[in-house]
Design a binder for this molecule. Structure first.
Ligand code: IMP
Ligand code: MG
Length: 178
């Protein structure tokens, strides 16, 4: 078995889209002192670029979630292994995620964070992957929409590999190999 990587989104395209998202978020959250909550680990590179393109400084926090399942597919069972540390009651909270697939992860997290009664709760995701969506989650800011495929790079990993690649690739496993 060998793994082929196909370039899907170049670093220049990511950078310009991140700047556009940051401009929108800057407009929408001006004067609101938002808290950006990144989902570990996949969002850390996207979040780092996003916050540095905003017009104002923001507080950041992180959650870490574990979804059970095997290989590249989740079962829908999600657990929190690290919760937010900042008090979020009455704060404007923007969740930053790398990629939305079935939707279970964000659906669970939204319910969890809503229980803390934030002033508002929105989602910014880099990639909306449509094909396997099982729960509709409201995505307020979306970087790129793709239909399917398993992506790596720019924070996205496959079994902890490829996370630090600056561009985004689709990985394709092939028998025999080339
Ligand atoms: P969901 O609950 O199926 O929406 O799962 C989303 C999570 O699965 C993301 O936060 C990623 O950690 C992981 N994931 C889903 N698709 C991909 C992908 O194409 N590449 C890397 N990670 C992925
Ligand atoms: Mg993730």
């Amino acid at each position: 078995m060998s793994i082929l990587k196909k370039l899907i989104i170049r670093r220049e395209a990511i950078a310009s889209r991140v700047k556009e998202l940051a401009a929108e978020i800057s407009r929408d959250y001006a004067g609101k002192d938002p808290l950006l909550v990144g989902i570990l680990k996949g969002s850390f590179i996207f979040l780092a670029d996003l916050v540095r393109s905003l017009d104002f400084p923001v507080q950041v926090d992180f959650v870490r979630l574990r979804s059970y399942g095997s290989g590249t597919q989740t079962t829908g069972e999600v657990h929190i292994t690290k919760d937010v540390e900042a008090p979020i009651k009455d704060r404007h909270v923007l969740v930053v995620e790398d990629i939305v697939d079935a939707g279970f992860t964000l659906d669970f997290l939204l319910g969890h964070l809503a229980s803390y009664q934030p002033a508002s709760l929105k989602i910014c995701c880099l990639i909306d992957k449509r094909e396997r969506r099982q729960v509709e989650v409201p995505l307020d800011y979306v970087g790129f929409t793709i239909e399917k495929g398993f992506l790596v790079g720019y924070g996205l990993d496959s079994g902890e590999k490829f996370r630090t690649l600056p561009d985004i690739y689709e990985i394709v496993e092939s028998e025999g190999g080339s």
